[in-house]
Each structure stands twice: as structure tokens, then as C-alpha cells.
Design a protein. Structure first.
Length: 158
């Protein structure tokens, strides 16, 4: 794989997600990359991402960031495991969320870049577990775990 963002490998029909879809003009258009054995995504929230407590990020945004970054991390892990190359013609593996757990550790302030880091915990035939951590102002604000399941041709439209 090259230095393209993981999400840039998604085919057009899988690129409309609010969180990570490069073709969703109203979405967040997240970009995730390898950083050694971890994955990383940086995102700057907009003012309307404020939560019930003024000056802090809405918890649903945090969960969404962790969810979409985990899906992209699972795709990248599968591509790495299966030795994809930049010019590979095989379909890009796509994952959906089977389970997402988020532990909110402290308030996440507005006004800066959020960093989401992922670490692959487990890779099975169709399941990949990703541990995530969200940082703001250099401090851990939330952590979580996502169980991602690989779509197959038979279940992609269901």
C-alpha cells in the first residue's frame, strides 16, 4: 500500500459514509494512515459538534470518529495481512461494525485537533478487533474497542 489514506482505497459505492466517505460533501471525510503498528487519524471538529456542556465535544461525534477509524483500520490491517500493493486489482475489503464500546474518560474540549489512534488487537477470518484511543490537547479523553466484520458479496446488500 502507498501513503494514500485507507479511505481513498474504498470504491465509489462505499464512499458515501458520513464519517469517512470521500464522496460525502456534507460528511467529515476522515483520513486514516499507518503510523508504525498503530493507525492514526486527525480531525478538527466544527463549532456545531459541541455537546451539552459548552466548550466540549459531543459524545456522539467521539463515538463516530472511533467507529469510522476502526473500520478503516480493519480494512488496512486486512490489506496488510493479504499483501495488497498500490496497484492491486483485488476488491478492497470492507468492514461494518458488529460492536462498539466507548469509555469517556474526561471531557474533550473544542478548539483543537483530535487524534484517534488504533491498534489491531485480533485478526480472524472475517472479524478484526481494533482498540482505539482519542486524544485532545495531548491527553487521553476516550478509549474503546470495535469489533469489525468483513462484508462479503453475499451480505453486502443486506
Amino acid at each position: 500500500m502507498s501513503e494514500k489514506a485507507f479511505q481513498d482505497y474504498y470504491p465509489d459505492n462505499y464512499s458515501h459514509c458520513y464519517g469517512c466517505g470521500r464522496l460525502n460533501q456534507d460528511g467529515m471525510q476522515l483520513k486514516s494512515y499507518w503510523d508504525g503498528e498503530e493507525t492514526v487519524c486527525r480531525y478538527t471538529p466544527r463549532s456545531y459538534h459541541s455537546g451539552g456542556f459548552p466548550g466540549n465535544i459531543y459524545g456522539g461525534l467521539i463515538a463516530s470518529l472511533m467507529d469510522c477509524h476502526s473500520a478503516a483500520s480493519a480494512t488496512a490491517a486486512r490489506m496488510r495481512e493479504d499483501n495488497y500493493t498500490a496497484d492491486d486489482r483485488r476488491p478492497v475489503p470492507r468492514f461494518v461494525t458488529a460492536s462498539l464500546r466507548v469509555d469517556y474518560l474526561k471531557p474533550t474540549p473544542m478548539g483543537g485537533v483530535l487524534e484517534i489512534r488504533g491498534r489491531i488487537k485480533e485478526i480472524k477470518t472475517r472479524k478484526i478487533i481494533v482498540n482505539t484511543a482519542l486524544f485532545a490537547a495531548g491527553e487521553l479523553r476516550a478509549k474503546g474497542e470495535a469489533v469489525m466484520v468483513q462484508l462479503t458479496e453475499s451480505n453486502a446488500g443486506q
